[in-house]
Every structure is written in C-alpha cells, then in structure tokens.
Design a protein around this ligand. Structure first.
Ligand code: SIN
Length: 309
C-alpha cells in the first residue's frame, strides 16, 4: 500500500501536491475547484490589503518550455481571502495555505496581525519574491531587509508561517539566506518563485505587455534551478523548517525529483495553468507508479535521499 501523506508544521496532508500561489486560486470558483481536486491542499492567491487589477494584458503567455508572466498581483484583497479562510475554518478545514504579499512591510504586519487575531488556524505563506511590481524590489534578494521583515513578523506572530523565496544562484547567497531563516520559528519555505525579469522574444517582439516584456519564467525552463534551491536549503536549514518545492513540475518524475532533493510538499504552477486541476490526479498516478517500481511505500522512504557521487 503506497501512502503519499506528508506533514508540514503540525499539519498532515493526504498527499504532497498543491497549487502554486497565483495559479487558478484568485476567485471563489477557482478556490472551490482546487479544494475539490485531488491535490493534498491548496493556497490562495497572494493578496494585498486592497484589491488589485494587476498589470495590463497580455501578462501571461505559455511558452514551448514553460511560461512567462507579469501578473502584478491581481487579487480580490485581504478581506476577501480572510473571509474565505474563516469560512473554511468554520466548516472544519484548517489545512489550507493563505498567501500574503503586502506591498510594504507595514501592510504585511497589518495583514498578519489580523490573521494572528482571527480564528484562522492554517498556514501562511508570506511572499517575499514577486518580481512583477514596478518599483518594488523582491525582498528575498535583500538579505538585511528579509532579516528585518522576519524580526518584526516574529515579534508578534505565533501561528505556522513560511516564506516564498526567489531563486538563488550563488552558494554564498544560499548560506547568507539560510543563516537568516534559521534564526526564526519558520515552519516552511517555498522555493522557488519564478525566475524574475526574463525576456522572451518571438517575431521580433516581446510577448507580454508589462515592463517592456520582462517577466517571471516558470515551467520546464526553471526545474534545474528549482531543484538546486530545494537541495541547498535542505542541506542548510534546521530540520524543523520544511521545504515546499516549486518549479518545473509536469509529471510524477518531477515531483519525485523535488522530494529526493528534500521537498516535503510540491507546488504546481505552469502545468496547472495549462491543464487545469485534472493535472493533480495524473501526476499522483505517475508518482505512485515510480514509487511502486522502486519499492517505496512512503514519501519518507526517499525524501532528501538524493545520491551524490
Ligand atoms: C504576480 O501576481 O505577478 C505573480 C505572483 C508572484 O510571482 O509572486
């Protein structure tokens, strides 16, 4: 009997798949579709205090090996998602993730204070890595700022919280970020957000409108970078910080690789956008097949056990 059960913080999930925040999780209908899908859990669209239209369209384009986006955090506003999460709590579901992406530290403090003081008992993913807001740098690339944000957040926030990070590319940067993260009671990190500010050219033109065509790259293009981030943080973080892998997941094999590198849970973005929620059952079937072939019966049989030469 194969079990895909996994645990993050004090929560157990029936399987290790969920959506990446941003993909098909903005409206009530999209959130209900995710809830009713085969995924182990789901996360809300990263929200800001006030509702946002986001960037002008076209702002998301499927590419041969992935996607480019500059959505600009379109969302229905904090109140909508808090209300949604509290309704879920009332109906007995405390296993969802709530994504928060304040445009300033003060906004994040305000939203997290309200969550802290509410009945919400799920997990919060604090997004420190959206590359698509003109004039707003990705906090995760500013080490001192990240430290300051976490210091202020953990001065009052006591519920399970993790951060969504941008991809890192330099060993010293991994070490610097891990040293900061290890100082706090984080329950998880999610890595990686899209590779920000890439440029895709077709027919002598950019393919998305915002920022002169610059946008975040996701999908197969980013899988090796995502795996490297999962692996590095698995080695560097204290063991009570779980890792949620995100990047380039199209098949059961991709999920298997994320878990081998150290992920406890795996998010799906670009492929969910392409295929809709049926992607979860396809990938779960493929993952079970791989585990069966290898005689693995639980995620723990291979989590983090990547062989090195
Ligand atoms: C967006 O809304 O621009 C994408 C969200 C993100 O990359 O964090």
């Amino acid at each position: 009997m194969i079990s895909l059960e996994t645990t993050i913080s004090n929560k157990t999930f029936s399987n290790c798949l969920m959506n990446a925040s941003g993909v098909k999780c903005m409206t009530l209908e999209e959130l209900s579709n995710l809830k009713n899908s085969e995924s182990g859990t789901w996360i809300t669209k990263s929200c800001t205090i006030s509702p946002r239209e986001g960037n002008p369209s076209p702002r998301y384009v499927d590419l041969q090996l992935g996607s480019i986006n500059s959505m600009g955090l379109p969302n229905l506003g904090f109140e909508f998602y808090l209300d949604y999460a509290l309704k879920e709590h009332k109906s007995g579901n405390d296993n969802l993730f709530f994504s928060v992406a304040g445009l300033t530290l003060e906004d994040n403090i305000e939203m997290l204070t309200q969550i802290e003081n509410s009945d919400f008992q799920g997990l919060v993913e604090l997004n420190l890595s959206c590359p698509n807001i003109p004039g707003k740098p990705q906090t995760g690339y500013d080490f001192d700022r990240t430290d300051e944000v976490l210091k202020q957040v953990f001065s009052f926030y006591t519920k399970p919280l993790g951060v969504k990070l941008p991809p890192y590319f330099d060993i010293v940067h991994f070490e610097m970020m891990a040293n900061i993260l290890n100082k706090y009671q984080l329950r998880f990190i999610t890595c990686i957000n899209s590779i920000g500010n890439a440029l895709y050219v077709e027919d002598e033109s950019v393919v998305i409108k915002p920022k002169g065509g610059f946008g975040g790259i996701g999908g197969a293009y980013v899988k090796p970078t995502a795996l490297a981030n999962v692996r590095m943080f698995h080695k560097l973080l204290k063991k009570d910080i779980s890792i949620i892998g995100c990047g380039g997941v199209e098949s059961g094999k991709d999920v298997f690789e994320h878990i081998l590198c150290g992920a406890s849970m795996v998010q799906i973005g670009t492929q969910l956008m392409k295929d809709g929620t049926k992607v979860f059952s396809k990938i779960l079937t493929e993952l079970k097949e791989i585990m069966k072939d290898k005689n693995y019966t639980t995620i723990l049989d291979f989590k983090g056990k990547l062989k090195e030469l």
